[in-house]
Design a protein around this ligand. Structure first.
Ligand code: GRF
Length: 204
């Protein structure tokens, strides 16, 4: 399956997906890495990995989010993309793009949804006194961080945690979860190895 990864920043989840796709047995190939920020560190990493990259800056489009998304959509289609993975893509999507890719667009979010949609999830989990936190891969729908859950991984919240230590613990799991969830999306019959037993991989 030909996938695109959409990023806005450092792209560590992107790198985890790149590493997974390097395995010839993995059922996805990366057709394109696309960023809305031309200076995203992740774009350099993708280029160095030998992947096709595109930067479609949102700033010239001003408030016209849909025009920006139409440019993205055209680029994805030109590249023959079949499935889109948002990986730290920090733009809210309009119904145009979520509709165009309905059922074919995944996102990773750093909380156990439906808890803590939106930003600053680690601060909010600590502030709420949560004992468990984690990450979620879900299908993208119109509502932000609301689509059907594909997979989740949980981590404990430990005494003395700061948003930074908690984020780092979650990020380790994000990098395991996203490739496993992508695999489940494109190859539902695949049986995950027992090493994945602590991640809840659900059929969407
Ligand atoms: C991750 O925590 C991801 O869950 C969230 O934004 C962060 C992106 O990090 N959506 P990276 O760019 O993948 O390193």
């Amino acid at each position: 399956r030909r996938i695109a990864i959409l990023i806005s920043g450092r792209g560590s989840n992107m790198s985890a997906l790149i590493d997974a796709c390097r395995d010839p047995g993995f059922p996805a190939d990366i057709a394109l890495v696309l960023s809305n920020r031309p200076d995203a560190a992740g774009l350099d990493a993708a280029r160095q990995a030998g992947l096709a990259i595109a930067a479609i800056d949102h700033t010239p489009f001003g408030r016209d989010r849909e025009a920006h998304e139409r440019a993205i959509d055209a680029t994805l289609r030109d590249a023959g993309v079949e499935l889109v993975c948002l990986a730290g893509y920090m733009r809210l999507l309009t119904p145009f793009l979520t509709g165009a890719w309905a059922g074919r667009m995944l996102n990773i979010h750093p909380s156990l949804l439906p808890a803590f949609p939106g930003l600053h999830t680690h601060e909010r989990a600590l502030g709420a006194g949560a004992r468990l936190h984690g990450c979620t891969v879900h299908l993208v729908t119109e509502g932000m961080d609301e689509g059907p859950i594909v997979a989740q991984a949980a981590v404990p919240v430990l005494p003395g945690d700061t948003p930074e230590t908690l984020a780092a613990r979650v990020l380790v799991q994000e990098h395991r979860l996203y490739p496993a969830a992508l695999r489940r999306m494109v190859d539902p019959d695949h049986t995950p190895p027992t090493a994945n037993a602590d991640m809840a991989l659900l059929s969407a």
